[in-house]
Write a protein that binds this ligand. Sequence first.
Ligand code: GLY
Length: 426
Amino acid sequence: MKILLLGSGGREHALADALSRENTAVELIAGPGNPGIADLARLVSVKADDPQAVAALAEQEQVDLVLIGPEAPLAAGVVDYLQQRRIPAFGPTMGAATVETSKADTKALMMAAGIPTAHAETHRVASEAKAAVKARFGAPVVIKASGLAAGKGVIVCQTETEAFDAIDRILDDRVFGEAGAECLVESFMTGEELSLFAIADGYDVLPMIGAQDHKRLHDGDEGPNTGGMGAYTPVSFSTPALVDDVTERIFLPTLHALRKRGTPFSGLLYAGLMLTPDGPKVVEFNCRFGDPETQAILPMLTSSLLDPMLAVARGARIGNMAPFTWRGGASVTTVVASGGYPEAPQTGFPVHLPSFGDDVRVFHAGTKRDANGALLTSGGRVFAVTALADSFAAAQQASRDAASRIEFDGAIYRRDIGWREAARLG
Ligand code: GLY
């Protein structure tokens, strides 16, 4: 079994780790990968969002599966092109990837299909969006750029003035470029967030265990939004009954609506949910594994990841496959980031990376090696440090301790990953 893994982040390192642990006979090639993935895979140079380049590499290497980590190659139509060339690929086509790449289309699809989500309007003209805020939404209100905006396109506004400013910046100043050609004005929802992933074959899903992300930079959920500073799993309110409810009222109707639209979704469907007083509602969908939730979730998996991914990539159905199984205890992931992240990360610093026991996994994200092989920082989020333990409290402590032992100039990390779960558990 030869697999080409596209991407270079902590999520892709966690995917490579899960596949290697599951089956040592798997031969992994990663493009472009990172120094952590290099311990598990042969790295190749490829432009991951160039469909022809990816297909040429997959054909040359005669791979059995192409596994796409980030959203950009999916949005660029890499899977469409691989399918034309009859190369099995795990991930949605460009049309189905619009669940993430067009918040406007996806909101319309959900509202038409009666899928639980916050009410929203889509606008292209700033004065009309502002009039909607004034007349029909009030504050607090959520303003979203419709397209891909590197996790920065969702602005929660506490006042009408903040909302007007967000609308101007998205629609008129185009701070997110063409991703801001349309903006959503969306009702504010209250509740706790939950990330729920499911492998989808267009019809059925195999859900994973729920996780909770921590998007703000600082402890206590203060500071600017980031790509995610940590995650943990399991989440005690994400019970089997809740996952069944999300499957019946959200995942399956979404797959049905996408089939009816002519863009069936196969790959990893990521539901970003809000547990509101009226039940779970969709905040957003993503069309790929989440980062850093994947780094917390996959080390807990005790059944095969490869089998359902390969089945889906080959066009088979997964409805009769056994559910995923998970080890007991808990997993907590702490992201160690560069000083200045997210606005202006300072990089290029040498890293001291101690060795840890088997219950701590250090996933590389923004790292590189210099000409002498020394490890340097090269991006905003540098490592995701996952600790597994028999209890949530022990995993939280071990993740925090391990993160504190990774040293480079300016390193920052949160010390409170999982604080909501800690409070719930008492
Ligand atoms: N954890 C947020 C994301 O992957 O988009």
